[in-house]
Ligand binder design. Structure first.
Ligand code: ARG
Length: 460
């Protein structure tokens, strides 16, 4: 494609350099935003009398025609174009002649691209937020079925104290709710309109930036033209919010992988969401969750790419910044793909309640409660801790559990033990007793779910 900037050059650009320089293969996804931005710009140029009103109307019509033809597939991208901005302007000029050549008045590709990415990422941020919201709703639904499903809670991956499956799921809801908060916050700073910054020093034409900002649904125009074209904080913030979100999804995936193993067997994934082995007939593998765990690395890498790409750049625009798109688009696509696969996988998985309960019944998960029993009978906690530790050691030695010890054995350790110790250390008592705000007692988790659902209703 002929170069728009051909004026001061005596030679054609080398073909390899052309390919090297070109970004259309990845920035073509922003065609809709580019066209809508140009429509707002042309409308403003016409209204301000910077270009004749009739020509501005012709431009708007021409751009809508291009948008329609790209949507319908009647028009294809020209992969030899330098970028999506050049492609659309050239196509407009080919269709309209002279009027098309007026579109780029009082504008530079530097503020144009800054506008397009913001518009594109605003839409993507909304889509990701909606998916995380759906994920939280799915988890709340699942949790409300399992407020009485006792499972071991772990520290150091060692059985620690009993919780419920609902409580465990709701911990992830808290993480994802914070992710929604980060996405919403990122959106606010993304929603500022840079067009009118020009190449770097704005323009001498009497443009109306507030009008363009309003036409395109932004909060307000950016305040400094140098910053307007050279800011990519919104890409970095979004990449960071996505990396954190993916880190949460990866931790969840890791647990699902563990829970699917024969060693845990707490859940079984639906056949539609698992894969087999080409050699081992018995295998049913949680590939989805492994891939999510793996893909999290890319999103962390993309954040590093963006920070590294920006850290040495003098003001204002530098071509290095063209590298922003592949990194942030990859993060966005990865997050959407992972969450939208994860949700139906959760919805269809089978929860093996009995196995969870059996695992909670072993491993001295009620030892803290046994010590607390003595404390409630008047013993100082440290003494109670020591006596219970002795009982655990005795059980391990005798191949018993705290539930299977006889009252005589208990009373040998302390005279404060009586028959009610067995209720005090039963799994259900242990869980129900933790009925403080934030605890796993069924009533408390039901309240957690109600509050989470109220928060989710606020998410737009
Ligand atoms: N394709 C370029 C980018 O993505 C558009 C801006 C080009 N500006 C320039 N002065 N070469 O950053």
């Amino acid at each position: 494609m002929a170069k728009m900037w051909a004026g001061r050059f005596k030679k054609e650009v080398d073909e390899k350099v052309n390919d090297f320089n070109s970004s259309i293969s990845f920035d073509c996804v922003m065609y809709e935003q580019d066209i809508k931005g140009s429509i707002a710009h042309a409308t403003m140029l016409g209204k301000q009398g910077i270009i004749p009103l009739e020509e501005s109307e012709l431009i708007v019509e021409g751009l809508m025609g291009i948008l329609e033809d790209l949507h319908s597939g009647k028009l294809d991208f020209d992969m030899t174009a330098e970028d999506i901005h050049m492609f659309i302007e050239a196509e407009l000029t080919a269709r309209l002649g002279a009027a098309g050549k007026r579109l780029h008045t009082a504008r530079s590709r530097n503020d144009q691209v800054a506008l397009d990415i913001r518009m594109y990422l605003k839409d993507q941020t909304k889509e990701i937020t909606a998916l995380v919201k759906e994920l939280c709703e799915t988890l709340c639904d699942l949790a409300s079925e399992h407020t009485e499903t006792v499972m071991p809670g772990y520290t150091h991956l060692q059985r620690a104290q009993p919780v419920t499956f609902a409580h465990h799921l709701m911990a992830y809801v808290q993480m994802f709710l914070r992710d929604i908060g980060r996405l919403e916050d990122t959106y606010k700073r993304m929603n500022i309109m840079p067009l009118g910054s020009g190449a770097l020093a704005s323009t001498t034409y009497p443009i109306d930036r507030v009008m363009v900002s309003e036409l395109l649904g932004f909060t307000e125009p950016t305040q400094n033209s140098l910053d307007g074209v050279s800011d990519r904080d919104f890409c970095i913030e979004l990449a960071s919010a996505i990396a954190t979100l993916m880190m949460h999804l990866s931790r969840f995936s890791e647990e699902i992988i563990l829970w699917c193993s024969w060693e845990f067997k707490f859940i079984e994934l639906d056949d539609a969401y698992s894969t087999g082995s080409s050699i081992m007939p018995q295998k049913k593998n949680p590939d989805i969750t492994e891939l999510i765990r793996g893909k999290t690395g890319r999103t962390i890498g993309n954040l590093t790419t963006l920070l590294t790409m920006m850290k040495g750049l003098p003001l204002a625009y530098n071509k290095d910044m063209q590298e922003d798109k592949e990194a942030i688009f990859d993060s966005v696509n990865t997050a959407k793909l992972c969450i939208s696969t994860f949700i139906p996988m959760l919805r269809t998985m089978r929860v093996l309640k009995d196995n969870m309960r059996k695992a909670a019944a072993k491993g001295f998960i009620n030892a803290t409660d046994c010590a607390d029993y003595l404390v409630k009978k008047g013993m100082p906690f440290r003494d109670a801790y020591k006596i219970t530790g002795g009982l655990v050691a005795y059980c391990i030695d005798q191949d018993k559990t705290l539930e299977t010890l006889s009252l005589e054995e208990y009373q040998k350790a302390s005279e404060l033990f009586s028959e009610d110790v067995f209720t005090a250390i039963s799994l259900d008592t242990c869980v129900k007793g933790r009925n403080v705000l934030g605890g796993p007692a069924p009533q408390m988790v039901k309240e957690q779910i109600t509050i989470a659902r109220e928060w989710l209703d606020e998410v737009k």
